[in-house]
Design a protein around this ligand. Structure first.
Ligand code: FAD
Length: 379
């Protein structure tokens, strides 16, 4: 397996693994139980130069590729998915600025995000616009030198902590559906928006999820990203990388479920022998090992296409769909193998079980990914 990777990719993987085992593993239970935002861990990741890892070094990034980023996220997610998601949601904010931004926007915002001087968020979802971004009603109206934004975004990861929000709003009120949407770089210190409801979630509790409320919020017109009307294109392009990142995290959770299951099945004795000596348990472990290997390869395939600059939207959807469903199935099996101990607070698999469900929901639900995949095949 290792021969698939370059020396540099393996070094980054090893550094992430060491960090995650030493720093995240001991913090993960508290982050979950107290819903603590992983601020300390994020600062340490910034010191390791892992907060802008897939972006060019000239803008303060790590200069690494998508495969390296996937390897790092897998290692972080194995120990603490809340931290991995906080990092990937933050990292995602810089991607559209680099791809669609003017030079001035890139130099102004990307180094600050990469160094974690500013925390990023990506705000697409609204009460009436989840799977269907065409339902966006948040409006952006040009008034002198500013756009005036009105509307509420929901379920925004890093919402209460972010300094920079990639915001999607409707600039053409006459247009319907996916047309007439535009993207904005909204700075908290310049544009006055409020943090609304904090979601009390089943899992990934250390990852903060909030509403963002925009009431006559003025955003300088130079913070429009790309051209008016390019919002959907910008969102969908960004989500391709985002989905590879979620697939990588799902691989990490799936691997953690497998590791915990093997350890427990070897330690726990019933009927005078280890659980692992029963074929029923061995088959569950074999099935988990098969699916995590496949999920990892699909994720790295999508990441490789991404690095080559090839179209990879469908491959990203395949990887995200397969890996998130595999991770959910692994969590079910891992709890089953742990019996009653898997169902009580304090067991790692109980946390993994709660953390993983959302992976089938955000960055496109499983149904949306099936629509994307089949749509690319049936034309
Ligand atoms: C913890 C968390 C963090 C999040 N972070 C962010 C974030 O940072 N930024 C952001 O913008 N959003 C974020 N989201 C929002 C997330 O992306 C949406 O929840 C997701 O896109 C689904 O939208 P929805 O919840 O409105 O579900 P809906 O779109 O209402 O879907 C409900 C169900 O119906 C199914 N469905 C919908 N349409 C169809 C169809 N045509 N055919 C078949 N089935 C269909 C869906 O698959 C789903 O099963 C987050 C959500 C959560 C829970």
């Amino acid at each position: 397996m290792n021969s698939l990777f370059t020396e540099e990719q393996l070094l980054l993987q090893a550094a992430a693994r060491e960090f995650a085992e030493k720093e995240l593993q001991p913090r993960a239970a508290r982050i979950d139980q107290e819903a603590v935002f992983p601020e300390e861990a994020m600062k340490m990741l910034a010191e390791l130069e892992m907060t802008g890892i897939p972006y060019p070094q000239e803008y303060g990034g790590g200069g690494a590729d998508m495969i390296s980023y996937a390897l790092i996220l897998e290692e972080l997610a194995k120990q603490c998915e809340a931290t991995a998601l906080t990092l990937s949601s933050h990292t995602m904010a810089a991607a559209p600025i680099l791809t669609f931004g003017a030079k001035e926007q890139i130099t102004r915002f990307v180094p600050a995000l990469n160094s974690l001087r500013k925390i990023g968020a990506f705000a697409l979802t609204e009460a009436g616009a989840g799977s269907d971004a065409g339902g966006i009603v948040t409006s952006a109206v040009l008034d002198g030198d500013d756009y005036v934004i009105n509307g509420t975004k929901i379920f925004i990861t890093n919402g209460d902590k972010c300094d920079i929000v990639l915001l999607f709003a409707r600039t053409d009120p006459a247009s319907k559906g996916n047309k007439g949407l535009s993207a904005f770089i909204v700075e908290k210190k310049v544009s006055d928006f409020e943090v609304g409801k904090h979601e009390d979630k089943m899992g990934i509790r250390g990852s903060h999820t909030t509403e963002l409320i925009f009431r006559n919020c003025r955003v300088p017109k130079e913070n429009l990203l790309g051209k008016p009307g390019e919002g959907l294109k910008i969102a969908l392009t960004t989500l391709v990388g985002g989905r590879i990142a979620i697939a990588a995290q799902a691989v990490g959770v799936a691997q953690a479920c497998l590791d915990e299951s093997i350890n427990y099945a070897k330690e726990r004795h019933q009927f005078g022998r280890p659980l692992a000596s029963n074929q029923a348990i061995q088959w569950m472990i074999a099935d988990m090992a098969k699916d995590v290997a496949a999920a990892r390869l699909l994720t790295h395939h999508a990441a490789k296409l991404f690095d080559l600059g090839e179209p990879c939207g469908t491959q990203a959807s395949i990887a995200k769909l397969f890996a998130s469903e595999a991770a959910m199935n692994h969590a079910i099996k891992a709890v089953q193998i742990h019996g009653g101990y898997g169902y009580v607070r304090g067991t790692k698999v109980e946390r993994l079980f709660r953390d993983v469900k959302v992976m089938e929901i955000f960055e496109g639900t499983s149904e949306v990914h099936r629509m994307i995949i089949s749509g690319s095949l049936i034309k």
